[in-house]
Design a protein around this ligand. Structure first.
Ligand SMILES: Nc1ncnc2c1ncn2[C@@H]1O[C@H](COP(=O)(O)OP(=O)(O)OP(=O)(O)O)[C@@H](O)[C@H]1O
Ligand SMILES: [Mg+2]
Length: 656
């Protein structure tokens, strides 16, 4: 990652250099760190055709509506081709009439136009208004369909990205960071739907308009048509030259935006730390520098994007002038009529206008394509725990809950340190096992493995003799009730937070578990009782209150396997003892793993496992360990001596 306080100008210069290098070798990015980037870094962008294919796949289900929109668009566009022909009629047969050029019988006989100039003029004028109205009504209806489809697609792409992102492996979620994921959801996934307009609707209109005018021009004068055809390779060339450069630039801007969003989200998430250390200014400085870098990248891209526009703005007057010169000469020579020339000029404008729109929206198209590219990268990332396709689903009622670890070793993804080694442990159904050990010895990690947030790097974990890898991970997690060391509560009411453990839980069930967790009393004292909003992450509650909500939540899950990681560490001794009693009740026929630094809470466990630097140092009941383990004796001695100094109350807990 770039050094923290590097100025945005230096970072931008480095970016430019890297960008040139990347074009040659296909590597390096700047701004976000490698991990934050979605997709495999260095693989470059997908080709336009591959993006197009993927986009059509995303459109599944919307195709009928799009075809409908395109059909109406075709009708409206074709109707719009009529008025210039009408001007020719007016010029040649009303304004500049000549005896040697009578009104063609085709117009009078087939279309039923009057021969009298004044009536002809009136009929044509009324006709144009009627046609225009019909074209507008049809066109607007089609556009409305297309717009609705855009919104539908936007929602469905966002949902797919969300669905995928919530199933990514934990370490990927951590690497992308919450702000980053939000950025991808909002900016990139949101922009994909724009492609309906920039890649289908607008180009289709241009094709119809171009095709229609070419046909008309061919009928009138094929040389003019050939001249106009020259525009096609020009379009292709400008496209080839610029577009290949623009999309990677937009991709990088989007990566920068993700970085900016990530940082902002993090600053506000850690607002208390920011304030404690008075770092508001440096956070805002960092935010601004990141924004400056993004602005520089955007300005850099502006030039590339505008080059396309400028080329087109030059082409339109040039083409009109050429036509006027050539056509004017033809009129003077008497080959074509003034009406023909006026009509040509009108058609040329009609032909160029959609092309110009296409050209100017080409950059927008590249921007959306870059977003699609990133979205596809994210969707390509493997989901968590997909080793075995034919996994079995477990049903809580039929699970005894024996957990067996065979020689388990674990290294966190992206790390090299083995935090757990040779762990073998057999936890019987209904047994309560306590994990103790120094901070950093791997207790939480072991629970992470049992909860299957990660799979072990070596060895196996089995539930009732079946390897966890062969069990459907979502059905397995439904067996669990976990109170994590770092408690997370959602911004919502107390009732919603407890009820999160089980869909459709009634208020009675929620109150019952709240009573068991000794949370009912404080909840009823809150402003709105169970309907009190607790703020983001539960900021409006005390640490101990948050823990009690988390315990109630785990209880409501009615788990087969209960994992309590320092679940009562923030409580006073009195409340802790009450909760221990209800937890003891709850644990009766459930397998449970309890982590606690306060040994008094785990002394009564069926078995105590002492972890030391990732290994099991000793295990047994409290008495056995006292007799056998030097390490355990030392821990007990240190703690109870400390506690008895603190309060006499702890004396009653002193082990014999
Ligand atoms: N996501 C992670 N990525 C890499 N290493 C990690 C990660 N989480 C924890 N570790 C490392 O794993 C080791 C064990 O951590 P763990 O959280 O299991 O300790 P613990 O026994 O629960 O400690 P405590 O009592 O302080 O909660 C630590 O050295 C820690 O640095
Ligand atoms: Mg821990």
């Amino acid at each position: 990652m770039s050094p923290r306080y590097e100025s945005s100008r230096r970072r931008y210069e480095r970016y430019r250099k890297d960008f040139e290098a990347k074009r040659l070798t296909g590597a390096v990015e700047i701004g976000p760190s490698k991990d934050e980037i979605i997709g495999t870094p260095g693989t470059g962008t997908r080709s336009f055709l591959s993006l197009l294919r993927h986009f059509f796949k995303l459109l599944a289900g919307q195709r009928t509506r799009i075809v409908l929109a395109l059909a109406t668009l075709t009708i409206a566009t074709l109707l719009n081709l009529v008025p210039p022909a009408a001007t020719k009629v007016v010029v040649d047969y009303v304004l500049v009439t000549r005896p040697d050029r009578p009104i063609p019988p085709f117009l009078t006989d087939r279309l039923g136009l009057p021969t009298d100039p004044v009536r002809l003029l009136a009929t044509v004028s009324v006709g144009i208004v009627v046609l225009a109205t019909v074209a507008i009504v049809i066109g607007v209806w089609g556009r409305w369909q297309a717009t609705k489809t855009t919104k539908r697609l936007q929602v469905s792409v966002r949902r797919r990205v969300f669905d995928h992102a919530v199933r990514l492996p934990l370490h990927r979620v951590y690497a992308l960071k919450s702000g980053g994921v939000v950025s991808i959801l909002r900016e990139d996934a949101g922009g994909v739907a724009e492609l309906i307009f920039s890649m289908i609707y607008n180009p289709w209109r241009a094709v119809i308009q171009l095709g229609g005018t070419l046909v008309i021009l061919t009928i009138v004068d094929w040389r003019l048509m050939l001249g106009s055809l020259l525009l096609v390779p020009t379009v292709w060339l400008t496209h080839r030259t610029w577009i290949s450069r623009i999309r990677p630039l937009y991709r990088d801007i989007r990566a920068s935006r993700q970085h900016v969003d990530t940082h902002a989200t993090e600053s506000f998430g850690g607002m208390r730390v920011v304030r404690t250390f008075g770092r508001q200014r440096s956070e805002s400085g960092r935010f601004t520098r990141n924004n400056h870098l993004m602005a520089r990248q955007e300005l850099h891209t502006w030039w590339w994007a505008r080059s396309v526009d400028i080329a087109w703005s030059l082409m339109i007057p040039a083409a009109s002038a050429a036509l006027m010169w050539y056509g004017g000469n033809q009129v003077l020579k008497g080959v074509i009529t003034p009406g023909d020339l006026v009509m040509f000029l009108a058609y040329l404008a009609m032909m160029l206008a959609p092309l110009a729109t296409l050209a100017s929206s080409a950059t927008q198209l590249q921007n959306s394509l870059a977003g699609l590219d990133r979205v596809l990268d994210l969707l390509d990332e493997p989901l968590e725990m997909q080793h075995h396709p034919g996994t079995i689903k477990v049903v809580p009622r039929r699970v005894p809950g024996r957990i067996t670890l065979h020689d388990v070793g674990f290294i966190y993804p992206g790390s090299t340190i083995e935090v757990l080694r040779e762990i073998s442990l057999d936890v019987m159904p209904g047994e309560m096992v306590a994990l103790i050990g120094r901070s950093g010895s791997g207790k939480t990690t072991l629970c992470n493995l049992i909860a299957r947030f990660y799979d072990p790097t070596s060895g196996t974990i089995e539930l009732d003799g079946t390897d966890l890898r062969e069990i459907d991970v979502e059905s397995y997690r439904r067996l669990l009730g976990i109170v994590e060391q770092d408690i997370f509560l959602f911004d919502g009411t107390v009732r919603e937070n407890i009820g999160y453990a089980r869909r459709g839980a009634t208020i009675d069930e929620i109150t019952a578990v709240a009573r068991l967790a000794h949370a009912h009393e404080f909840i009823t004292e809150l402003d709105n009782g169970y309907d009190t909003l607790i703020g983001e992450r539960g900021v409006k509650l005390s640490g101990g209150q948050r823990q009690r909500l988390a315990i109630a939540r785990a209880m409501l899950a009615n788990p087969r396997i209960l994992i309590l990681d320092e679940a009562t560490s923030s409580l006073d001794t009195q409340s802790e003892r009450y909760i221990q009693a209800s937890l003891g009740e709850l644990m009766k026929d459930r397998t449970s793993l309890v982590i606690a630094h306060r040994l008094s809470t785990v002394i009564h466990a069926d078995r105590i496992v002492v972890l030391d630097a990732g290994r099991i140092a000793a295990q047994g009941t409290h008495e056995q360990l006292l007799a056998e383990s030097e390490l355990y004796r030392a821990m007990v001695y240190l703690q109870f001596r400390g506690e008895s100094l603190e309060s006499d109350d702890a004396g009653t807990q002193r082990p014999s």
